[in-house]
Design a binder for this molecule. Structure first.
Ligand SMILES: Cc1ncc(COP(=O)(O)O)c(C=O)c1O
Length: 450
């Protein structure tokens, strides 16, 4: 059966209009799962489905070299003497529709700064998603506050808003929703709870450049949003980060904090260093790399979206395979990773790790997502430290340990399977190979047991 192809523009329009169902039905032939042809799995010595290569990341644009060489020759490498970091901040704020942007040394330093700027202090509690990179909660420890995990909704891979209020105490100051893999959190619900309890919201949008929720970009929906530009990211510069916000006073404070506490804007000039800050500044060459990478970010995002929609449409009918669900029909993921859940029951109880190895053998690289980080060693190391035992009562720390039970997150960790963003920059035939390989593994699941 011939496949009618949508142009990229049509695909994006269909998706943004919430017309995924229509797009799915007339664009791609439905897959037959109960096919009769049994093939030997590559993991058992059969031929692999995908024999080609995958797009590499990051992609360098030689056109940027002239600007970088010129800047290097001036010796004005730090932001205090050059215009490039500021230029990047303006461009990034415009791209997201935010009033202000502050570039930082990394996503971690952006989060530390934003949390401090919204008022998180020693002895406070901050609600955070457990399905994330360690930095999301490590930055709470860095501010000498207590990260309190809110269970995940396995369907969306995100903080479950219905579980937030039970975790609020009189010490809670902020919520850190994480748009993990670029999947936007249900920010209306988070903001409503924050307003009701007078909490600040710092979005961890470190994986969510150009993700969208109800027409607004991820990272622009809370009090502040933080981004990472580390090398693997969809907008890479080796290292780098940014804070965005529409709140001038907050951004003035962030600017001051990240520049050793020097006065800036509304931060009063009562002394040379009126507030206690540190050096989290971005360098000029990072900004030039970022501006070069920004030339491709929208085009790449559109390709990833069209390919992800294809995968959503064609994987969902394979038993045991469930793509991540968006929280809203108008939400758009940034697809830092394409995420699905693997239900081993539908694969004769073959463990996820074996499924991942079988897919890799078919030429499809993927990985297993995050582990249950609420049980990570660094947490107990912090809770039992001298400082935390001074900041929190024994009863509170005991209660924290007792409540650190997250069944939704445990389920998610055991089922998540992810595909890295550059895979989604592949061709339509590459995407067909992903579907074919997963279908082949399901059809041949009897021969998959180790
Ligand atoms: C969700 C999340 N938060 C925070 C960070 C920290 O960013 P960085 O590595 O730039 O410090 C990352 C980076 O991987 C991340 O993925």
């Amino acid at each position: 059966m011939a496949t009618r192809k949508l142009t990229r523009r049509q695909a994006i329009t269909a998706a943004s209009a919430g017309a995924l169902g229509t797009f799915v039905n007339w664009t791609f032939p439905s897959i037959t799962i109960n096919g009769t042809s049994q093939q030997k799995l590559a993991i058992n010595g059969g031929e692999k489905v995908h024999t080609g290569t995958w797009p590499e990341w990051p992609v360098w644009d030689q056109a940027a070299e002239k600007n970088i060489t010129e800047m290097l020759r001036t010796g004005r490498w730090w932001r205090g003497e050059g215009e490039h970091v500021e230029d990047f901040e303006k461009r990034y704020a415009d791209l997201l529709g935010a009033k202000r942007c502050l570039a930082t040394a990394s996503g971690t330093t952006a989060l530390i700064t934003a949390l401090k700027a919204v008022g998180v202090d020693a002895g406070d509690e901050v609600l955070v998603s457990p399905f994330t990179f360690i930095a999301s909660y490590n930055v709470i420890f860095m501010n000498k506050a207590l990260p309190v995990f809110v269970d995940s909704d396995p369907e969306t891979f995100l903080m479950d808003p219905s579980r937030i209020e039970a975790r609020i105490t009189d010490r809670t100051t902020a919520i850190v929703p994480v748009h993990i893999y670029g999947l936007p959190v249900d920010m209306d619900k988070i903001n409503a709870i924050a307003k009701k309890h007078n909490l600040k919201v710092v979005e961890d949008a470190c994986q969510a450049w150009l993700g969208e929720y109800k027409g607004k970009k991820a990272g622009t929906l809370g009090d502040a949003g933080c981004f990472s530009f580390q090398n693997s990211k969809n907008l890479p510069a080796g290292e780098g980060g940014a804070i965005v916000s529409n709140n001038d006073a907050l951004m003035d404070k962030c600017t001051s904090l990240h520049n050793c506490g020097r006065p800036f804007g509304s931060v009063p000039r009562t002394s040379a260093y009126p507030i206690s800050g540190t050096n989290f500044r971005m360098q000029q060459f990072q900004a030039l790399i970022l501006m070069s990478q920004m030339n491709r970010i929208q085009k790449d995002a559109d390709i990833r979206l069209a390919n992800a929609l294809y995968l959503d449409a064609n994987l969902k009918d394979i038993p045991g395979i469930t793509p991540a669900k968006l929280v809203d029909s108008n939400a758009r993921s940034a697809y830092h990773l394409y995420a699905l859940r693997y239900n081993s029951k539908e694969f004769n109880d073959v463990p996820k790790e074996r499924f991942i190895r079988a897919l890799a053998a078919e030429g499809i690289p993927c990985s297993g997502g995050y582990g249950p980080q609420n049980k990570d060693g660094l947490i107990e190391e912090q809770l039992s430290s001298k400082g935390y035992r001074r900041l929190f009562t024994e009863a509170r720390l005991k209660q924290w340990r007792e409540e650190n039970v997250l069944p939704g997150n445990d389920k998610l960790c055991s089922e998540a399977v992810t595909f890295y963003q550059s895979i989604l920059l592949g061709s339509r035939s590459d995407m067909e190979d992903i579907v074919k390989a997963i279908r082949k593994i399901w059809q041949n699941r009897d021969s998959l047991k180790a």
